[in-house]
Design a protein around this ligand. Structure first.
Ligand code: ZN
Ligand code: ZN
Length: 331
C-alpha cells in the first residue's frame, strides 16, 4: 500500500510503498477513503510532541470501510463505514479509565502518534475505538468531525452554560464548534489573527455575532473562551476579554509558553483549564448531534501524496475549514 511516512521529526513525510497491515485479534482492517489533517499532526511532524513511534504514518481523523476483520471482532463487518479518532487504545483498568476519564488513561495510545494512522491506503484499528458515521456525510465531509469536531465539542462542554463564547483561532475545530454553539443558542465571538479578512468573513458566514483580532476586547465581555490556536499569549488575552467567573478553555495539545500576566486578570473567579484527548462517550454524543444541527464542514480535498502541502497550508494559517487527504482507490 502507499503511505506518507515520517521517519524523523522535522523531516518531510515521504511517500513509501509499505506492507498492508493485518488485523490482529479485536482489530479491523480499514480501507481509508479520507483522512483529515489536524494541527496535532503538525505538532508531531514538527517535533513539538516528542513521543511518536518512528517511522510513523500520521493521521487520526480517518474515514474508511472495513476491508477485513481480525478474530473476535463483533461490532463491525466487512463493508461497514467507520471513523477512527485520536484515542486508539486505553487500558480499561487504571483509575482514570475506571472513573469515566479514559481520555486521561495512564497507558493510552493514540492514532497517528503511537499507532500508525490514516495517511495511507489502509490502516488497522481496535474495533472498540471505531465509530459508525452519520450517513448524511460524505467521506471527506465526515473526516473533520473525528477530531476537530470531537475535541471541539468536548472543549465546548467545558465552557459550561456560557452564553457569549469566544473562539480564538478560527480553523477546522472552530468552524464546527461555532455551528454547535449557535445551535445551542449561544453568541459566538470569533478571534482571528489581526487583519485576517478571509478568516473573519468565514467566521461571519458561520454565524459569528462579532469578529475581530485576537488582542481586541469585544464589545461585551465573554462568558467563556476556547483557544484553538497554539499560542500561549492568547491565554492572558482571553482572560482580559472574559467576564467575572468566566472560563478560558485551552483545546490544543501543544502551545507556546504562556507569558507572565498580572493576577488581577485571573482574579474574580476566572478559570483556565485544558482539554485533553477525548472519550468514546464524547464521540458517540457528538456524532449523534452533528447531523441534527446539521453541522456542515468545509473541506479541501487533496490526493494522499500532497500531505506535506496540506501540512504547510495548515502551518501558514490560510486554510478555511479542513484539509482532507483522499488516498483514492486501492492499487
Ligand atoms: Zn486532532
Ligand atoms: Zn487506563
Amino acid at each position: 500500500m502507499r503511505a506518507m511516512v515520517l521517519s524523523a521529526a522535522r523531516g518531510p513525510l515521504v511517500e513509501r510503498e509499505m506492507p498492508q497491515p493485518q488485523p490482529a485479534t479485536g482489530q479491523v482492517l480499514i480501507h481509508v477513503h479520507a483522512c483529515a489533517v489536524c494541527r496535532t499532526d503538525l505538532h508531531v511532524v514538527d517535533g513539538e510532541l516528542t513521543d511518536p513511534k518512528l517511522p510513523l504514518i500520521p493521521g487520526h481523523e480517518i474515514v474508511g470501510t472495513v476491508a477485513a476483520v481480525g478474530k473476535s471482532v463483533e461490532r463491525f463487518a466487512v463493508g461497514d463505514r467507520v471513523g477512527i479518532p485520536w484515542l486508539g487504545w486505553t487500558c480499561g483498568e487504571c483509575s482514570f479509565c475506571l472513573s469515566g476519564r479514559e481520555n486521561l488513561c495512564d497507558r493510552a495510545r493514540f492514532t497517528g502518534y503511537q499507532i500508525d494512522g490514516g495517511y495511507a491506503e489502509y490502516t488497522v484499528a481496535d474495533e472498540r475505538f471505531c465509530f459508525a458515521l452519520p450517513p448524511s456525510y460524505g467521506d471527506a465531509e465526515a473526516a473533520p468531525l473525528l477530531c476537530a469536531g470531537l475535541i471541539g465539542y468536548r472543549a465546548l462542554r467545558f465552557a459550561g452554560d456560557a452564553r457569549r463564547i469566544g473562539l480564538y483561532g478560527f480553523g477546522a475545530a472552530a468552524h464546527i464548534v461555532a455551528q454547535v454553539a449557535r445551535y445551542q443558542g449561544r453568541e459566538v465571538f470569533a478571534f482571528t489573527r489581526a487583519g485576517d479578512a478571509d478568516a473573519q468573513s468565514f467566521a461571519r458566514g458561520l454565524g459569528a455575532a462579532w469578529v475581530g483580532g485576537s488582542e481586541e476586547i469585544p464589545p461585551e465581555p465573554l462568558d467563556a473562551a476556547i483557544i484553538f490556536a497554539p499560542v500561549g499569549g492568547l491565554i492572558p488575552a482571553a482572560l482580559r476579554a472574559t467576564a467575572k467567573g468566566g472560563t478560558v478553555v485551552c483545546a490544543g495539545i501543544h502551545m507556546s509558553d504562556i507569558p507572565a500576566f498580572p493576577y488581577r486578570d485571573l482574579w474574580e473567579e476566572r478559570t483556565i483549564r485544558s482539554v485533553a484527548n477525548l472519550t468514546r462517550r464524547d464521540a458517540e454524543e457528538f456524532l449523534a448531534l452533528a447531523p441534527k444541527i446539521p453541522v456542515k464542514t468545509t473541506v479541501h480535498e487533496r490526493p494522499l501524496a500532497e500531505a506535506n502541502q496540506a501540512l504547510a497550508a495548515l502551518r501558514s494559517g490560510t486554510v478555511q475549514g479542513a484539509e482532507v487527504l483522499m488516498p483514492g482507490p486501492a492499487t
